[in-house]
Design a protein around this ligand. Structure first.
Ligand code: SME
Length: 159
């Protein structure tokens, strides 16, 4: 068992600590499922006020559910569909204050209100997206987006 005890009170420090823990957890491990599993558990334990944290993988041009923490979720998402599909189609992070106002949002857990999805890209190819949900409106700030993009850079090397 790993016990990282990350303090979530200062966002920038928290993401720095999560990134450092993620580097340690994935160092030398080539298995992408193991790395996504540990990454989702680390994020779930470290970030305050989230109700889902996990991955959708690019499997032949379709997003397919990967390792996650939270309630069981929809399994397949087309590129361009919902918040995850928008991130996959544009390769741009999607930070949504109120998912109910997002056209085509896919509701996996009715408790989710805000969402942050960052693409994980290697050599211009989408590998997966990292998806975070929160029950709080506008939970994710620009600092969260920057922090998760930094995590996505680490993940791009180990997935
Ligand atoms: N809400 C997402 C679907 C995935 S779940 O949040 C886990 C979307 O609109 O793409």
């Amino acid at each position: 068992m790993y016990d990282f005890k990350i303090d979530g009170s200062d966002t920038a420090t928290m993401y720095r600590d999560v990134a450092s823990a993620l580097e340690g957890l994935t160092a030398g491990e080539p298995d992408p499922i193991a790395n996504m599993a540990n990454a989702s558990a680390l994020i779930w334990e470290s970030l305050p006020d989230i109700n889902w944290a996990g991955f959708y993988r690019n499997v032949g041009g379709e997003l397919v559910l990967g390792p996650f923490q939270g309630r069981p979720a929809c399994i397949r998402i087309a590129f361009g569909s919902g918040v995850c599909g928008a991130a996959a189609a544009t390769l741009q992070a999607q930070r949504i204050d109120d998912v109910h106002a997002f056209p085509g949002h896919i509701a996996c857990d009715s408790a989710s209100v805000s969402e942050l999805v960052v693409p994980i890209v290697r050599d211009g190819e989408l590998i997966a997206v990292l998806d975070l949900d929160s029950p709080t409106k506008a939970r994710f700030t620009a600092k969260d987006e920057a922090g998760c993009l930094a995590l996505a850079e680490i993940l791009a090397r180990v997935l």
